[in-house]
Design a protein around this ligand. Structure first.
Ligand SMILES: C[S@@+](CC[C@H](N)C(=O)[O-])C[C@H]1O[C@@H](n2cnc3c(N)ncnc32)[C@H](O)[C@@H]1O
Length: 213
């Protein structure tokens, strides 16, 4: 593919910044996007479904957007929960720069990091994500495992996945791994999966303890 993948660490395609509108009932903002990042022409349909149907932080105090891209989800939740601490991670450096710039442009407090630069002990009341399904299960499963085991007790994750990209098999895998997972809604082929923390004894770091029980 001439332009590479949107999930490259450093996209080689020349930059060409443009603006896209993010319009929801409760908020409206213009966001900078670029070539070499996911959905660089408009808000992704799955992202729009997630923001309309879910991503409502309520009392969540710590929120994480996994695979933030240029930041539509992180910016929306930061606007909806101004008192919350919002974190955003992405492997793509250009996406991170855009997310940080969009947050600044809209006076939103979002901490944007490469995954390896996140504080290891930080937990989250809410994880929101349009996850990078196209990286394949071999990479996606460890990625989800890493962040879903950082859900705080009583927290939840909301993941939007298209049925043609394996939302139902992903839901089955999550349940098999011990995360209580339900489908919140199905809209235009997109499912929103709601994932609750799994019991401590099912986390890999505690697997040895589990065998001795
Ligand atoms: C489907 S896109 C969603 C982007 C953005 N949240 C949106 O809604 O437009 C998934 C994002 O995950 C990022 N990504 C891929 N692998 C990742 C990883 N291992 N850790 C964090 N982010 C990753 C990609 O670079 C991409 O920006």
């Amino acid at each position: 593919m001439a332009e590479g993948h949107y999930f490259e660490d450093n996209p080689s395609v020349p930059s060409k910044v443009r603006q896209v509108p993010l319009k929801l009932k409760d908020l409206s903002m213009e966001l900078d996007v670029d070539r070499g990042v996911f959905s660089g022409m408009k808000i992704d349909d799955g992202t729009q479904v997630l923001l309309v149907e879910a991503a409502k932080p309520g009392k969540a105090k710590t929120i994480l957007d996994v695979g933030c891209g240029y930041g539509p989800i992180a910016c929306a939740v930061a606007r909806r929960a101004p008192a919350a601490k919002v974190w955003a991670v992405d492997v793509n450096a250009r996406a991170r720069d855009l997310c940080a710039a969009n947050a600044k442009k809209h006076h939103l407090d979002i901490s944007v990091h490469a995954p390896e630069d996140m504080p290891a002990d930080q937990q989250f009341d809410l994880i929101v994500s349009n996850p990078p399904i196209r990286i394949g299960k071999k990479n996606l499963h460890p990625l989800l495992e890493l962040w879903l085991d950082r859900l705080a007790p009583g927290g939840r994750a909301e993941l939007v996945v298209h049925k043609h990209l394996g939302s139902d098999s992903l839901q089955r895998w999550l349940i098999e791994q011990g995360w209580p997972t339900t489908r919140l809604i199905s809209r235009a082929g997109y499912r929103i999966l709601v994932v609750k923390p799994r019991p401590e004894r099912l986390k890999p770091s505690n697997a040895a303890d589990d065998q001795t029980e």
